[in-house]
Design a protein. Sequence first.
Lengths: 795, 283
Amino acid sequence: MTIADGPALPKLIGERVKRREDPRLIQGQATYVDDIKLPGMLHLAFKRSDIAHGVIRSIDTSAAAAMEGVELVITGAELAEHLGPMPIGTPFPAPDHFSVATDKVRYVGEPVAVVVAEDRYIARDAADAIEVEYDELPAVVDPEAAMEADSATLHEGFERNIAVESYWGGTGVNPETAQPEDDSAVDAAFAEADVVVSQRMLNQRLAPNAMEPRGVVAQYEPGREYLTVWSATQNPHILRTLVAAMMGLGEHQVRAVAPEVGGGFGCKINIYGEEYVAAALSRLVKAPVKWIEDRTEAFLTTTHGRDLLGYIDLAAKSDGTITGLKARIIADIGAYEVLLTAMIPTLTGLMMNGVYRLPVVRHELTEVFTNKTPTDAYRGAGRPEGLYFLERAVDMVARELDMDPAEIRRKNFVPADEFPFATQSGLVYDSGNYEPCLDKALEVADWQGLLAERDAARAEGRIVGVGLSFYVEVCGLGPSAVVPTGGWEHSGVTVERGGKVTATTGASPHGQGNETTFAQMLADHFSIPLEDITILHGDTGVVKQGIGTFGSRSQAVGGAALISAAGKAGDKMKQFAAALMTDQEVSPEDLVFEDGRIQVEGAPEVSKTFAEVADYAYVPVPLPPGMEPGVSEEAFFEPENNTYPFGCHISMVEVDRDTGETKLLKLIAVDDCGNVINPLIVDGQVHGGLAQGIGQAMFEEVVYDEDGQPVTASFMDYVMPRAADLPVFELDRTVTPTPINPLGAKGVGEAGTIGSTPCVVNAAVDALAPFGVTHIEMPLRPERMWRLINEGGQS
Amino acid sequence: MIPTAFEYRRAGSVAEALSLLQEGGPEAKLLAGGHSLIPMMKQRLAEPGLLIDIGGLDELRGIQEDGGEIAIGAAMTHAEIAASDLLRAQAPIVAETAANIGDAQVRNRGTIGGSLAHADPGADLPAVMVALDATIALLGPNGERKVQAEDFFQDILTVDLAEDEIVTGVCFQACRSAAYAKLEQRASKFALVGVAAALSLDGGTCSSARVAVTGASSHAQRLSGVEGALAGASLPDGAASAASGAGDALDFVNEDLHGSEEYRRAMTAVFARRAIEAAAGRS
């Protein structure tokens, strides 16, 4: 396209632009960590514990060390001379956690020794040849039993295996004293209620299962005293900070690169022991080293998600007005606290206000160590758990009162004119308008029609149910006051010679499509073609600063930083343009970007092309007074608050009377994530989220036996949802912009996992309600459903 | 996911494969589609020193019919079996069962010979072969041997196949009035319970039947009580009654995360009924 010809460029924000990343991803032209091969590179293999809990009595590495091609075999105790305990990113007390166990193992899969060898096969053979003897200890598997006085304990100094205890209630925590306020109002609300529902519910443990497992290549160059780490991570800048600290280096001595990353879903936020070990061993053996996780290791050692047990009580008046919530939550966090472990369950309580005016709340949280893989963020991270508990309980109240599930929600909504809305938990919802979203969902689903369809099916003897949920979630994490790593984001925008644009973002995408959405924003900002823009990310050597991608923050925080940097670059372009228009005495403030030109607003004849202004910026003869050459600007964006998207999901299920198999017939999702840059990508995010949320409701669960042995450590037993298990989703949206950032965009990455799970379980309970069923634990296993059909009650 | 070191030989003929098998002794394993063996090797549950690839041998390929007897070569993939017009017309149960094994990748690689020789307790085809009273052809150093399917499957992952023998194919009589119904284990897509029923029908009356179950127990086996109850039964109305005791008669029933013994017994009756009804519905 020749810009000088001045073709009209369509605005791209709001358009369904296809992802620019996809052709290379689906044609094998992308570079993942495992594609990186350096000269002289050695390979790591980890010897891992095959027991859940025990003291290491001895490790015999002699046979492994003697194998041809083995460079080094090192135990955890030996490695501790080079690497201290791993840092965490929460303010909670935590036991020491070494990259490789030094004296005791606490979950199956925990590393006890490392092999460095010429190739991956030799490394694995040598790891197998390491002999470890343990004095086995009783496995702590049940989080409630773990808190009993007679339970074995995992960590010294953490009595009854309790990691974190928190409590707030009544009018919330007094910030001055950090003590709970008088919460007698909670007891009063329950005493005066017309109806109280009480339910124990498990939000089960899940394995994130990114398509690409973890992997790391580390290269320490002794001559330069410089470390480069390539890792399948969501946040290379955090990786750089933490690896530098662990290695005793400054951040100026470390470059972290997240090349193409095949999915994260939260499990690649944490910086893992293997990453530190690779860095340390590269320095020790003076060669680059690589470790690529295999799928078994991914099941055993990549952080799990969820695993919250909730005792939920909800009080209401007979007209459906909700008057109080009590939640006692027990989080089974596994064997250690990793980066954000202890913080995730706190989000559950924070978000359990939902979309309702809850007059009083009492929240108790206990986080408990067990002999299982540590937990951390998994898509939704704390919010799906809280909204599941709440939306199940609201449904139970509706059923008790024989109210329509939509109407009980409508009755309790925070009204549109009460935003910004301060919740009982101390959050401030930025914006919201729940009723139109509910109405739209009811309309798209044809709610009354669905109910009639269900009733007709029941009359034929079929087992059919419909369910609804309404969620609010927290996105756009930030601000820095609540994110230990800092809650800002950074971006750089450079206008190159020839008028092309290179931009960088610290929001490191791994499936989010930033290369497309960010380019759309810049294309509109500068009025240049999408093809003229490159978005770089994932390399601290290229992207000067950043935090990373998690908590649905790419657009709301990263996008806002991009627009800020683009604004600065645009201002400078206009100054150069005005300097080129000396004949016309143009002020930069009069100029606008229009179809590849910089022109006086409303006077296209007074213009310069974007390209000629860019060229001038780099050969500024004469240099305008007071200006520096070039156009390369950067910006940080610090959000003043989070954003709070919301939505309504509706589903219909049918259960096979003979087998208990549940089929999801319909799923309607009406989400409100504020302004939308690319509806195609937003729909894609919702689709993926729905699949994972439905996966939790119907299919997925990490299961351990009584000895702490995982029984779902492969795809032969861990049930992932497949395309054929899912209906054609019906999507729609309402748009309530956020005032928190200039884009008005809230974030959408996790929405699908939050609304769909309670929605599907509510439908399943509705299906089995005629059998006297009031609650069903997830996942909806066929045998569980079959028993309920035959025996009634609860599971 | 990293196997131990092994030697790989591609056999040019069945005879060469047999001699390589003898040479390799207990260290040697046959490789066809590799969809049972390779995952076990990656998990180091199997550590063969020698892999003899027989997957591409023409001698083990083909689907033929001769005088009402259908023969399938051991190296035929599930996808090829599913797509066979001959099978769809004359033994639709076989094509349909193959079409529902695992997923497309498994069907494109996995072979009937491999599935039968491996004898996973949840494999689909063993039950179908038992119900069809198929003969399994084996070749060893002493020549050919034929074993009836119901005798071939002996226990979990255990079949009547010597270390130096190769499964070369299966044959069975054409049969239209047969069907297979399964409850999938949701992760693996193996049969949690699968039942194959082959009926001899005289109008709406069943004169005789062979019914076999997989998934529920250690290995594929006949449900003789159901077969007895079906003799003389009028179908499809009598299917439920004939199938009702199917699960209770099993000596040993598997139990795992995906289904308890009680559930599998109950599902055996459900899927026996469904298989019988489907078979009876065929003309």
